[in-house]
Design a protein around this ligand. Structure first.
Ligand SMILES: *[C@@H]1O[C@H](CO)[C@@H](O)[C@H](O)[C@H]1NC(C)=O
Ligand SMILES: *[C@@H]1O[C@H](CO)[C@@H](O)[C@H](O)[C@H]1NC(C)=O
Length: 293
């Protein structure tokens, strides 16, 4: 029990550290005029579609209009790119003006979180139903209410405590886990060529959960996990201006059932099943892996 508790504590501390970084550097609040970035999830913007794609593990979404190249599609690569010295254009958004508030579980539980309650929430927070905030909230609530695909675990977390509880449910009470994040200590030019600086390190993780932040009035994470043959990597990247990123990426080994319209195929100029599709995780995502594996 004691050691279980300390590892729990350890995980929570890591999580807090990760989130504090996320809050400083790249968390956001759903406010007016900040819809310039895909991570703001303005559902009416073109960018959100592209984002949606990989948020779903890349299985469903259509991409017709990501075509005329939203820069944020530059997160995809193929597994044979994972070599020292390889240069790739990658989009890592760096946000410095927006923050999302992290609620305690008690606070989060005191506010309804369901699309049925949206009218009530809009009134509570004084947003008109056509406002960007209302659209973002609607998008997020609907996203959180979608049924999982077969073999998938998914949940939305409105507090750290609930994220941790759900993660423990996924891994089982006997498994310890840790969190991986893409991180950078410097400001980043969002889209630039990065060079792989060291041999990418594979993280053995037969099961993992990826959590992506969604636009809402406070911090909401959409998390999904599968037991699969996907491969996780930690990759040290150097940007053109000397910027450094410690990135986390996943390679989806079997893409044969993916929608042929998936944006990754367009970016990589391949077809479903041709080759594994890999993507980097953005700066504010959390990837939970068993530890030790
Ligand atoms: C972030 O900071 C940079 C430099 O201070 C500034 O040019 C940029 O506009 C800021 N980004 C946002 C989204 O405010
Ligand atoms: C990356 O490098 C290639 C080849 O040098 C160049 O054509 C491209 O414009 C660069 N991309 C960015 C985003 O700087």
């Amino acid at each position: 029990m004691g050691s279980g508790f300390s590892s729990w504590c350890f995980t929570l501390c890591l999580l807090l550290a990760a989130l504090m970084c996320a809050q400083d550097s790249n968390a956001r609040r759903v406010t007016k005029g900040e819809g310039d970035d895909r991570n703001n999830y303005d559902p009416s913007s073109e960018a959100s579609d592209g984002h949606d794609q990989w948020i779903n593990g890349g299985h469903h979404a259509k991409t017709s209009h990501v075509d005329h190249m939203d820069p944020s599609v530059h997160i995809f690569f193929t597994i044979d790119n994972l070599k020292i010295g390889k240069s790739l254009p990658i989009y890592f958004s760096y946000k410095n003006s927006t923050k999302s508030y992290l609620l305690s579980r008690e606070e989060a539980n005191s506010i309804p979180f369901s699309s049925q309650k949206l009218p009530y929430l809009l009134e509570l927070f004084s947003f008109s139903k056509d406002s960007p905030q209302a659209k973002a909230m609607e998008y997020t609530l609907e996203h959180c209410e979608r049924e999982p695909i077969k073999g998938e675990t998914r949940f939305c977390a409105t507090s750290l405590e609930s994220m941790l509880d759900s993660a423990r449910g996924f891994f089982g009470l006997d498994t310890n886990f840790k969190i991986l994040t893409t991180s950078s200590l410097t400001k980043l030019t969002p889209l630039q060529n990065y060079t792989i600086l060291e041999m990418p390190q594979e993280i053995f993780a037969p099961k993992f959960i990826a959590c992506h932040s969604l636009p809402y009035l406070y911090a909401v994470f959409y998390c999904h996990g599968q037991e699969s043959k996907n491969r996780l990597f930690q990759i040290s990247l150097g940007g053109e201006n000397g910027e450094k990123v410690e990135a986390v990426a996943v390679c989806h080994m079997d893409t044969s059932l993916w929608d042929a319209d998936h944006v990754s195929f367009r970016v990589l100029k391949i077809k479903p099943g041709d080759s594994p599709v890999c993507h980097f995780f953005p700066l504010d995502n959390l990837v939970w892996v068993p530890f030790p594996a």
